[in-house]
Design a protein around this ligand. Structure first.
Ligand SMILES: [Zn+2]
Ligand SMILES: [Zn+2]
Length: 294
């Protein structure tokens, strides 16, 4: 009797890629030999050639780039599916489409685009093969954002009036789900709370039945003696004293990790302006435009 063969995860993924390509109607070959390389799965689709490489064991970035060079030389798009990131790979790179493969229940697999999106293996392949996954140097905010405003109490340090202020969750995202921090603030906290679209939302809420108990002072530029400068800030509805950034951030942390929320609202908003950040990434935004489109 032959010993029972156990198929490695690597080989399971290889055959899953192979059969997915067959289902998609693109010619695929396993263990395809090129000049001085051998691809786990090789795909010749229209004018393009692809090599899919599954890497379940650690492989250094240096070695990966050496192997990738051969594919580039031969006009093949080498696409890497790693279990874990190769050490020393900090930023995503245009010469290295590299994603992460995970086993799901029932011997199916999914591919993660560095945590931004997770697709079923077959959906990933289909999109990758038709060029729906593209390298972009910048990430930019999607026009539509889902936001949550969390209101909490803030006693005025000067006149002791009980005010309310709020913070905004989560950070804005690109259409491909990259996190976009607009950190122009002094202490590195997100200043989305002071954006006109958000202020409008808060103002609208305090006009409603559920929001009418909220005491929200004006949100505007105020001079801070601490930093000897003026900046957009919350302030007291009664005496107009500034609620300093540092002070607000401390209070906010306490609310985030404890209690004290007095009201929350969740809405979709349309951003007035696009925020772009230098985040090199392999962009997949589905029906929406890529991050680098104008
Ligand atoms: Zn006051
Ligand atoms: Zn993107």
């Amino acid at each position: 009797m032959l010993p029972k063969q156990t198929t490695s995860t690597h080989d399971l993924i290889k055959s899953a890629i192979f059969s997915s390509c067959n289902d998609l109607g693109v010619p695929a070959f396993q263990e395809y030999k090129g000049r001085d390389w051998r691809a786990d799965v090789y795909v010749a689709s229209d004018a393009k050639k692809f090599a899919f490489e599954i890497q379940m064991s650690p492989q250094s970035l240096k070695r990966t780039l050496e192997r990738q060079k051969k594919y580039i030389r031969d006009g093949v798009i080498g696409c890497w599916l790693f279990e874990k990131a190769p050490s020393k790979l900090s930023d995503e790179r245009p010469d290295l489409p590299l994603f992460y493969v995970t086993e799901q229940e029932g011997k199916s697999f999914s591919v993660s685009l560095s945590g931004r999106k997770e697709l079923k293996l077959q959906d990933f392949l289909r999109n990758f093969l038709i060029g729906n996954v593209k390298f972009c140097d910048v990430a930019r905010t999607a026009r539509e954002q889902k936001v949550k405003l969390v209101f909490y109490e803030m006693e005025c340090w000067k006149c002791k009036a009980m005010n309310h202020i709020y913070f905004v969750e989560p950070s804005f995202r690109s259409a491909c789900n990259a996190v976009i921090h607009s950190d122009e603030s002094l202490w590195g906290s997100d200043k989305n709370a002071h954006r006109p679209e958000i202020i409008a939302l808060a103002r609208e809420f305090i006009e409603t039945e559920q929001g009418k108990h909220i005491k929200l002072g004006e949100i505007k530029r105020r001079f801070s003696k601490t930093v000897q400068n003026s900046y957009m800030s919350f302030g007291c509805y009664s005496c107009n004293s500034i609620f300093g950034d540092w002070f607000v951030m401390e209070a906010e942390l306490e609310i985030k990790y404890g209690h004290g929320q007095v009201a929350t609202i969740e809405r979709s908003i349309t951003l007035n302006e696009i925020i772009k950040l230098n985040i090199p990434h392999w962009c997949f935004s589905g029906e929406l435009p890529f991050c680098d489109s104008t």
